[in-house]
Write a protein that binds this ligand. Structure first.
Ligand code: SAM
Length: 218
């Protein structure tokens, strides 16, 4: 019960406050301690690490905030941007930045059950922890169906239950991603410390990025 109230306050109050602040300051990150360049650097590192070729390809950012990563990938990699977020102000800012993008003010699970698009990169940066561990598995399963083979699901700012950082609403147990990979044999797993690779440890020095590459058709 407490966790659900915390999640509600986090998404409806805090996230709206950050979005309002971002409108006034121009900061592109819906975070207290991150800014536009943090998000852009992480997006670039991820593209390089997986040698992604996104020219003319669909990229979906779930919980896209003000569209900072998408707009960067649109400018630098010439991808077709798709974004989903619950906050009206965020979607408004995304549409202003990317006139030819596709944006929905919608719940992520609802969007995933309806869209007919296919993607080469799906981003969930700082978002997955808003969902129960059960729903996280459902979300990953639905994304699997929407990714092209060779496509990548990027789950960023991933926090584990034994982490020193205690503010994540729904952290995942150790072995969570390994189990998903062995259960389905669909994914190739690459996981790394965000502090080591992105230089990002502003929240939790142990937080990781998980990159799941889809190996076969489902
Ligand atoms: C910590 S912010 C991260 C935003 C963006 N990815 C970034 O790094 O700037 C989390 C975002 O997820 C969105 N969000 C949370 N739960 C959501 C849901 N169920 N459906 C759609 N968006 C959601 C919030 O509105 C917020 O913009």
């Amino acid at each position: 019960m407490f966790t659900r109230i915390k999640n509600f306050l986090h998404i409806t109050v805090l996230m709206n406050l950050y979005s309002l602040r971002n409108l006034l300051t121009g900061n592109g990150a819906v975070w207290l301690k991150l800014d536009t360049s943090d998000l852009e650097n992480m997006a670039q590192e991820t593209v390089e690490r997986k040698s992604l070729k996104l020219d003319g390809k669909n990229v979906l950012d779930l919980g896209c905030g003000t569209g900072t990563m998408l707009s960067y990938l649109h400018r630098k990699e010439h991808c077709i941007p798709h974004g989903v977020d619950l906050i009206r102000l965020n979607i408004h800012q995304c549409r202003k930045k990317m006139k030819d993008g596709h944006f929905s003010r919608q719940d992520i699970i609802e969007y995933l059950s309806k869209t007919k698009e296919k993607f080469d990169l799906v981003i969930l940066y700082g978002v997955i922890g808003c969902f129960t561990v059960e729903d996280q598995e459902i979300i990953i399963g639905r994304i699997a169906k929407l990714l092209n083979v060779g496509g990548v699901l990027w789950i960023g700012a991933n926090i584990y239950t034994d982490s020193v950082y205690k503010f994540q609403t729904y952290p995942v147990p150790r072995g969570f991603y390994e189990k998903i990979c062995t259960d389905s044999s669909l994914w190739e797993l690459d996981e790394f410390s965000e502090l080591e690779v992105f230089g990002n440890g502003k929240y939790d020095q142990e937080q990781t990025t998980v990159l799941l590459t889809k190996k076969i058709i489902v």
